[in-house]
Design a protein around this ligand. Structure first.
Ligand code: ADP
Length: 583
C-alpha cells in the first residue's frame, strides 16, 4: 500500500486502532487512501485553473480600466473643446455639470455656476429669468426652443436650447441633460436676409407701380396720337399728307408696342404674368396674323404664306392673346429681316389625342439669317445679333426674350435653326385642350369702321377727364353718327345717369373726384337709376394684372384698352346697338 495520506494518517491517529483492526480494514483504508490522493490531484488541478483565470481576469480588468480612462479622457477632451454647451441640471434645477463652453458663452466660470439655479444665468431682454429649460411634465421627454437671451455680462444672444429629462427606472425625473448652442450669427444673418428680402419686395413693388403709372401716363397721350392719326387717315388725306400720316401712325403704334413689351417683360420677370384659359378659334388668330402682315410683306416685295394642315382642329382652349403675341413677334421678325423670298408660317399636328392636341408652329424665312455664335445670345433681353441691326431694322431686342419666356410659361420651348444669308426657322409646339364651344368674340358681322353703318340709334355717355381722349372718342362717335354726351368725372356721370337714359356708357377708370369703379358701382346700385342695367365698358389705359377681375367686381361689362382700336370700339357699339334693336 502507498504511504498513508497525511490527512488519513491524522484521522487514524485520533482513533488509535490496534494491529488486528488495521489488518482487517486494510482494503478499505487502501481505497480511502487512494481517494485522498485523487482528491489532492483534483484540488491541485482546480487551483491551477483558478490561478490562471484570476490572472486573466486581472489582465482584462486592467485593460478595461485603461479603456475607460481613454474614453473618459476623450469625452472630456471633446466636451472641453466643442463650442456648444453641454449641461446637466439636477431635479431641483441646479446646474450639476457644464463643459468649458459655458464660460465662453456667458463669461462666468463653471465652478461659480455649478450648484446654482439654472435660471439665475439665463434672462430675457428685460432681465426676467427664463424658466423653461426644465419641464417635469414634458411627456415627450425632449424640449427644444430658440430664445433671445441676456447673458450675465449683459450681452444679448440667440440660443438654441435642447434638453431631455433623465428618469429613474420607476419613471421619476432625476434631472435634465442637454445642449445650448449660440446661434446669434446665424439668426442675425437670417434676420438680415428677411429684411433684405422685404426691402427688395418693397423696391420691386415700387418698380411695378412706377412702370404701371408710367405706362398709363404714356398710353393716355398715345391714345390721342393713334386715334387722331386713324381719324386723319380716314378723312381722305391728300397724297403728300398720306406719307406723313402713315409715318405718324406707324411711329405711334411702334411706341405702343414698345411700352407693351417693356410691361410684359417686367410682368414675366416678376412672375406676375397669368395665362388666360378661354375657348378660341385658331383660324381667327391665323386670319388676324395674315391681315396684319400681308400688306407689310407686299410693301417689301416678299411673300407671306400661312400653311395650315387640314387636320389641325380649329376650336381650342388656351391663351389666345399670348399665342397671337408669339406668332406676331416671330412673323414680324421674319418679315423685318427678309429682303427677298418670303416668310411661311406652317401649322401642323404633332400628336393628336382624344382630349388634347399638340400643335407645331414653324416660322421660316429666307432672310439674313443669324450667325452661329449669336444664336443663344439673341434670346437674352435687349440683345440683337449685330450692332448695326437696330440702325438698319429698328427694334429693341425684347421680342424674342418675351416669346421664349412666354413659351416656357406655357410649357414649351422655342427652337431655332438658321444659316447666314439663307434664312431662319423658329419653331415650337404647344399642347391645347380641344374645345367644342365657339369663342366669345366681337361681332364678326360688324362692318369695318371705314364702311360704317350709322349708329344714330345709340345714345352714349363718355366719361373721361382727359380732354384729348374725349376729343378722339368724340370724333369717332360723330363720324359714326352716334348721339353722345360727355362727363368729366364719375360724379358728373352719376348725376347724368340719374336723369338721362343711355344705351352705353364708356367709362375711364382713373379720374379725379370719383373714379370709374365707384361711378359704375353707384350706377348699378342706385335704385331709381334709369341706367341700372346699361352696358358699361371700361375704356382705360391701365394695365394692372387684376383689371379684368376688378371691372367685373364693380359691375362693368367689358374692357377696351387705350389706345383703342377704332374697329374694336365700333364692333362693341354695333353689337350693343343690334342687341338693343332685338329687345
Ligand atoms: P428686335 O427684333 O426688336 O431687335 P428680337 O428679340 O425680336 O428683337 O430679336 C433679337 C435679335 O435677333 C434681332 O435684333 C436680330 O438680330 C435677331 N433675329 C430675330 N429674328 C430674326 C430673323 N428671323 N432673322 C434674322 N435675325 C433675327
Amino acid at each position: 500500500m502507498k504511504k498513508l495520506h497525511r490527512l488519513l494518517n491524522r484521522q487514524l491517529r485520533k482513533f488509535d486502532l490496534d494491529e488486528e483492526t488495521k489488518v482487517k480494514m486494510a482494503p478499505l483504508l487502501t481505497l480511502v487512501n487512494e481517494a485522498y490522493y485523487n482528491f489532492d490531484h483534483d484540488l491541485n488541478h482546480i487551483e491551477n485553473i483558478l490561478e490562471r483565470s484570476s490572472s486573466e481576469l486581472y489582465e482584462a480588468n486592467k485593460q478595461l480600466k485603461n479603456r475607460v480612462e481613454t474614453i473618459s479622457g476623450q469625452l472630456t477632451k471633446i466636451a472641453g473643446n466643442i463650442n456648444e454647451v453641454i449641461f446637466e441640471v439636477d431635479r431641483k434645477g441646479n446646474w450639476s455639470y457644464l463643459n468649458p463652453a459655458w464660460e465662453k458663452l456667458t463669461g462666468v466660470m463653471v465652478e461659480q455656476t455649478l450648484g446654482h439655479p439654472y435660471h439665475k444665468f439665463l434672462q430675457d431682454e428685460e432681465g426676467n429669468p427664463i424658466k423653461l429649460l426644465i419641464d417635469h411634465d414634458n411627456k415627450y421627454g425632449v424640449f427644444n426652443k430658440t430664445i433671445k437671451c441676456m447673458t450675465p455680462l449683459g450681452v444679448l444672444k440667440w440660443l438654441d436650447i435642447t434638453s431631455k429629462a433623465v428618469r429613474a427606472k420607476n419613471g421619476r425625473v432625476e434631472g435634465f441633460i442637454g445642449t445650448i448652442v449660440d446661434i446669434t450669427n446665424k439668426k442675425e444673418t437670417e434676420l438680415a436676409l428677411i429684411q433684405a428680402k422685404e426691402k427688395a419686395t418693397i423696391a420691386n413693388k415700387a418698380k411695378d407701380e412706377f412702370l404701371s403709372t408710367m405706362s398709363h401716363e404714356i398710353r393716355t397721350p398715345l391714345n390721342a396720337v393713334i386715334g387722331v392719326s386713324h381719324l386723319l387717315l380716314m378723312e381722305d388725306p391728300k397724297e403728300e399728307q398720306l406719307e406723313n400720316l402713315d409715318a405718324l401712325k406707324y411711329s405711334s403704334e411702334h411706341l405702343l408696342s414698345l411700352v407693351n413689351d417693356i410691361l410684359d417683360f417686367n410682368k414675366i420677370a416678376s412672375g406676375s404674368l397669368d395665362l388666360e384659359m378661354a375657348d378660341f378659334s385658331l383660324d381667327q388668330i391665323l386670319n388676324g396674323v395674315q391681315s396684319i402682315f400681308t400688306n407689310k410683306a407686299k410693301q417689301k416685295n416678299i411673300t407671306f404664306v400661312i400653311r395650315k394642315h387640314p387636320n389641325v382642329p380649329d376650336l381650342l382652349l388656351g391663351d389666345t392673346t399670348r399665342l397671337s403675341q408669339i406668332l406676331t413677334n416671330l412673323v414680324n421678325n421674319g418679315i423685318k429681316f427678309t429682303e427677298k423670298g418670303g416668310v411661311v408660317l406652317e401649322v401642323s399636328v404633332e400628336d393628336d389625342r382624344e382630349e388634347h392636341t399638340k400643335i407645331k408652329f414653324v416660322v421660316e424665312d429666307t432672310g439674313i439669317g443669324i450667325p452661329k455664335k449669336k444664336k443663344s445670345q439673341i434670346f437674352e433681353p435687349f440683345a440683337q445679333a449685330e450692332t448695326h441691326t437696330t440702325r438698319k431694322y429698328g427694334g429693341t431686342g425684347l421680342g424674342l426674350a418675351i416669346t421664349k419666356q412666354l413659351l416656357e410659361i406655357m410649357g414649351s420651348d422655342l427652337k431655332l435653326k438658321s444659316e447666314v444669308d439663307v434664312g431662319s426657322i423658329f419653331s415650337f409646339s404647344l399642347i391645347f385642350k380641344k374645345s367644342c364651344s365657339l369663342p366669345l368674340v366681337e361681332d364678326e358681322n360688324a362692318p369695318a369702321p371705314e364702311s360704317i353703318e350709322s349708329l344714330s340709334e345709340m345714345k352714349i355717355l363718355v366719361v373721361d377727364d382727359n380732354r384729348l381722349n374725349t376729343m378722339v372718342v368724340q370724333k369717332f362717335l360723330t363720324r359714326w353718327d352716334a348721339d353722345f354726351e360727355i362727363a368729366e368725372n364719375g360724379l358728373v356721370a352719376l348725376k347724368m345717369a340719374s336723369s338721362t337714359c343711355y344705351d352705353l356708357i364708356l367709362m375711364d377708370l382713373q379720374m379725379p373726384v370719383m373714379n370709374g369703379y365707384e361711378a359704375s358701382r353707384s350706377i348699378r346700385d342706385t335704385h331709381k337709376s334709369l341706367n341700372k342695367d346699361v352696358p358699361i365698358y371700361a375704356l382705360s389705359a391701365s394695365t394692372g394684372a387684376n383689371i379684368l377681375t376688378e371691372i367685373e367686381e364693380y359691375g362693368m361689362d367689358g374692357l377696351i384698352h387705350k389706345p383703342f382700336n377704332p374697329k374694336k370700339l365700333y364692333s362693341i357699339l354695333y353689337k350693343v346697338m343690334k342687341r338693343k334693336s332685338v329687345c
